[in-house]
Design a protein around this ligand. Structure first.
Ligand code: HEM
Length: 561
């Protein structure tokens, strides 16, 4: 008989063992069923029982054993909860930073091929988690949307958004909700989009005229698309275009240079983001440079706001037949309504709108034209469709767009191969959570690699081939793909509560501009050469700007005036 004493409790272990050996192991049916194997077990147990019954267990041994068992249980429990995603090892302190491919979307795609659809890497003191499959994108963007709705802006993002006050860079808080409401109802509602069609028409007509006048010489396709969208959005926002004449504008060019630089800075790997202790030194000068660029754009916003406050708003109403967006914002500010924004927040919102309308849209024009110039048979199909739908004695109107099915498929295929925001905008979980059995720690920087998802052979046949047919509608006239983010295999505008609110305007601007340029002109490459490599940034650019030469396509010259 052995008594184990721990505190006041006494356990009769030998009794348990005795019961087991006598009542169970000696049972005749037990032997019959289990055979000789169990006879050996009986011998072992009996021997053990005898050994144990002679040992006097010291209390500290019992305590030690119990502690080890408790620790083991806790460790198993804890470690299974904090199973972090796999990923490459880096150097102490620096993490994976020295090995990072500057073209992040390429580097992250290679790492996903090695470590799987969710992987983790340390960059300085930051934990980056990259999700590269549509299943997991759906978890981040839709199923656990609320947890992943925050941002963790880089320093460049904080500067350009006046301290994280824009829609893009603010957390999912009341200011963000308010600004999304304002942009959705006051700028991008169906009613406003229809009302602003004359501005788009005016902008595109100016661009056609400009290209007509420069026929035979090289045209910077991205440049002209940028200035056109800049003119359109300024007309929508404050009733007149920023630059009245596309060809003689320094302001437009200055604005474009500033936005290009801003995109570059937002995509740069900044040591100050990865090592917050170093941030005040701004070693790469990113913060300084971003402040400089913000000043350029800010000066334009300031001038226009001041001008509006000084002038009579009624004049605007008379001129464009309704209040423009700036007027609505300024009136809300005066009314101190719950949707009121202060002047800084108004400027941050303008930054979102200007950035969203000009840069991704013109980048997409460039990619689409480049793909069509590379694939002459597809270019021909687009032209044939335009000839049939619009006619050679007419210019494109927005009412034609819904009938341009092949062009729509070409644009979608371009969005697939060249998604303009390849890693979406960083998400930051507000609590630790679980994805595919791995723990994603609170505060990590989570990226969805749309570029990899759009090129994954699991979802796309011959994914590297440019083939618009995959986006042509099925027999009943519907297509599996739209821009609303419901199909996680195709998410160029993101998905879920933080997806792009500018889809209707962005799509309209893009397709209308492209259709007009392709219908009014025939295009060739200057030396017949085309280069299609890309350069990472928050917006994925063509490595070299696309230059092309236009020639007249429509017989009637007056259609270009
Ligand atoms: C071709 C044109 C455009 C493309 C490809 C595009 C793409 C995107 C993408 C991928 C995001 C990030 C979504 C995410 O993180 O899940 C985004 C966010 C955003 N876009 Fe666009 N965009 C375009 C046009 C526009 C336009 C025209 C506007 C405004 C007038 C706009 C305003 C915004 C804003 C405010 C956000 C931030 C949303 C948030 O964080 O809640 N975008 N866009």
């Amino acid at each position: 008989m052995v008594y184990l004493q721990y505190g006041r409790s006494i356990l009769r272990h030998s009794k348990v063992l005795k019961d087991t050996s006598e009542s169970v192991l000696h049972h005749p049916l037990f032997y019959a069923a289990q055979g000789v194997r169990y006879r050996k077990l009986e011998v072992i147990l009996t021997t053990l029982r005898k050994m144990i019954s002679h040992i006097q267990w010291p209390w500290y041994f019992v305590l030690l054993t119990c502690s080890i068992i408790t620790f083991a249980i806790l460790w198993c429990k804890f470690s299974s909860k904090a199973r972090l995603p796999p990923g490459p090892r880096g150097l102490p302190l620096l993490g994976y930073l020295p090995f990072l491919d500057p073209n992040l979307h390429h580097g992250y795609t290679k790492l996903a091929q090695r470590y799987g659809p969710i992987f983790m890497l340390k960059l300085g003191s930051k934990t980056h988690i990259v999700v590269s499959s549509s299943d997991l994108a759906k978890v981040v963007l839709r199923e656990q949307d609320e947890i992943f709705a925050n941002r963790d802006p880089p320093i460049a993002g904080t500067v350009i958004s006046y301290g994280g006050q824009s829609i893009v860079w603010s957390d999912s808080n009341s200011l963000w909700r308010n600004m999304r409401k304002v942009i959705s109802y006051e700028v991008l509602s169906n009613k406003n989009l229809q009302a602003s069609s004359t501005f788009r028409q005016g902008g595109v007509t100016k661009a056609i005229k400009h290209v007509y006048e420069t026929m035979g010489t090289e045209v910077d396709i991205g440049g002209i698309a940028f200035l056109t969208s800049l003119n359109v959005i300024t007309s929508i926002v404050w009733g007149k275009s920023l630059v009245e004449d596309v060809k003689s504008t320094n302001l437009g060019v200055e604005f474009r240079e500033a936005i290009t630089k801003i995109v570059e800075l937002l995509g740069a790997v900044n040591v100050s983001d990865l090592f917050p202790v170093l941030s005040r030194f701004d070693l790469q000068g990113v913060e300084r440079e971003m402040k400089r660029q913000r000043k350029i754009v800010d000066a334009i916003f300031e001038r226009i706001i001041k001008e509006r406050i000084a002038n009579k708003p009624e004049e605007v109403v008379v001129k464009i037949g309704r209040k423009d967006f700036l007027q609505i914002l300024l009136e809300l500010k005066e009314q101190k309504a719950y949707t009121s924004l202060n002047i800084t927040q108004i400027k941050a919102l303008l930054m979102d709108i200007f950035f969203g309308t000009t840069d991704p849209t013109s980048t997409m024009v460039e990619w689409t034209m480049a793909e069509l110039l590379k694939n002459p048979s597809m270019m021909q199909k687009v032209k044939d469709e335009l000839k049939e739908v619009v006619g050679l004695n007419n210019i494109v109107q927005e009412s034609h767009l819904s009938n341009l099915k092949y062009l729509d498929a070409v644009v979608k295929e371009t969005f697939r191969l060249h998604p303009p925001v390849p890693l979406l905008v960083v998400r930051c979980p507000n609590e630790s959570c679980n994805i595919a059995g791995y723990t994603v720690p609170k505060g990590a920087n989570v990226y969805v690699n749309v570029w990899a998802i759009h090129r994954d052979s699991q979802y796309w046949d011959n994914p590297l081939e440019f083939n618009p047919n995959r986006f042509l509608s099925v027999d009943d006239g519907t297509t599996k793909f739209d821009y609303n983010g419901y199909n996680p295999n195709f998410i160029p505008f993101g998905s879920g509560r933080r997806m792009c609110p500018g889809v209707p305007l962005g799509e309209k601007m893009l397709v209308y501009f492209l259709a007009s340029m392709l219908h009014s002109f025939d295009w060739t490459l200057p030396n017949g050469e085309l280069e299609l490599s890309d350069k990472f940034g928050i917006v994925l650019k063509k490595n070299t700007p696309l230059m092309a030469i236009a020639s007249q396509r429509l017989p009637d010259k007056t259609l270009y005036m």
